[in-house]
Design a protein around this ligand. Structure first.
Ligand code: CUA
Length: 324
């Protein structure tokens, strides 16, 4: 406190990098602004018209100057481009070992779901020093997940998944904002990110839940919605087996192939006719309006768990055994 907070706190691994780039851009802008202003004044005085009859000497050419003022700005802009692209790529590619979390934006709140089953509204608890990857979607309009202290911002768009990642470097409490005007109470769509020491985080994790992991909630939903009647684990149902599906290539009826990722599974639940698996009839009804975005995420997590390798400890114990 006491000083003017021009920049928010730096609390993630990417924050200093974003700031250094910003400082560089600012420095370049200030340098040239000052240079141009000083030159204007200098030339205005140095080459002022001294008498009514005075005619300036005409200058032709000036190759050296032309080359200089083309090459130098080109070099500077290429540095901006290269540097900016590298920070951008780093910021958009989550590390492989990032802790997955889900977020759903909704007028006017943030709903967060942890893999272990904890759910939070307008709050997000994460451990210090661990990369976190958020998979996000919206139930209504476009929102934007924005944490200034982490220098991350990502639009949250209805009908698709977007991702955002960060690795906190300081324990504490940081503002979460919605950075996309989304209706009358947009300004109230705010919350807190709690970065906790790992042991505090473990305590916090063990305190909540009760309802089971996300995949277990998904499995219950899978049964409640009667998905299991057609999607039989052994492949004898009217619809394809979902065991081992996640991440695989799927052969579609039209001859195309698609990777079974989160977006494909979501689409197949809400618009089953959009991509029909080769060899199957388009008999599945849409679940649009019957299942919320949270529910879709739970189903996705369940289907992911069905595909997990057997040595994965996250595999749900209740994965349907093939019937014989
Ligand atoms: Cu949500 Cu603004």
């Amino acid at each position: 406190m006491g000083k003017l907070p021009l920049f928010p706190e730096q609390a993630s691994t990417i924050a200093p990098e974003v700031d250094h780039l910003t400082y560089f851009l600012l420095a370049v802008a200030i340098f040239f602004t000052v240079l141009i202003f000083l030159s204007i004044f200098y030339f205005a005085i140095r080459y002022r018209r001294r008498s009514d009859r005075e005619l300036p000497q005409v200058q032709h050419g000036g190759m050296a100057l032309e080359v200089l003022w083309s090459v130098i700005p080109f070099g500077i802009t290429m540095v901006m481009f290269g540097w900016g692209a590298s920070v951008y790529f780093k910021g958009s590619r989550p590390p492989d070992d990032a802790m997955p979390l889900y977020a759903v934006g909704k007028q006017w709140m943030w709903k967060i779901e942890h893999m272990e089953g904890q759910r939070e509204i307008n709050e997000l608890h994460v451990p210090l020093g661990r990369a976190v990857k958020l998979t996000m979607t919206s139930e209504d309009v476009i929102h934007s997940f924005y944490v200034p202290a982490f220098r991350v911002k990502q639009d949250v768009v209805p009908g698709r998944y977007s991702t955002l990642w960060f690795q906190p470097t300081k324990a504490g409490k940081y503002h979460l904002f919605c950075a996309e005007f989304c209706g009358t109470r947009h300004s109230g769509m705010i919350g807190w990110i709690h970065v906790m020491e790992p042991e505090d985080y473990e305590n916090w994790l063990s305190g909540g839940a009760g309802a089971g992991t996300l995949a277990q909630t998904g499995e219950k939903l899978f049964t409640d919605l009667a998905c299991s009647n057609c999607h039989k684990a052994d492949g004898t149902g009217r619809c394809p087996s979902l065991v081992g599906l996640f991440g695989k290539q799927v052969q579609l009826a039209g001859g195309n192939k698609v990777t079974a990722d989160e977006a494909y599974i979501r689409e197949s639940i809400l618009q089953p006719a959009a991509k029909v698996v080769a060899g199957y009839q388009p008999v599945m009804p849409t679940f649009q309006g019957l299942v919320t975005e949270d529910g879709v995420l739970q189903l996705v997590e369940y289907i992911k768990a069905l595909g997990a390798k057997t040595d994965d400890k996250n595999r749900p114990s209740a994965a349907p055994a093939p019937k014989h």
